[in-house]
Write a protein of this length. Structure first.
Length: 42
């Protein structure tokens, strides 16, 4: 979905790249999800 700060769904909470988010941060931003919606699958 999004690769960088401009594409992040919650850029105000982002402290680095979406792929650097800890599970606690992902849950805070996106609720109870299994994968970070802002990180593109490879």
């Amino acid at each position: 979905m999004c690769e960088d700060k401009e594409g992040c769904q919650k850029p105000e909470n982002l402290k680095g790249k979406p792929s650097d988010c800890m599970p606690e941060q992902i849950k805070k931003c996106h609720g109870d999800v299994t994968e970070h919606p802002c990180v593109k699958k490879s």
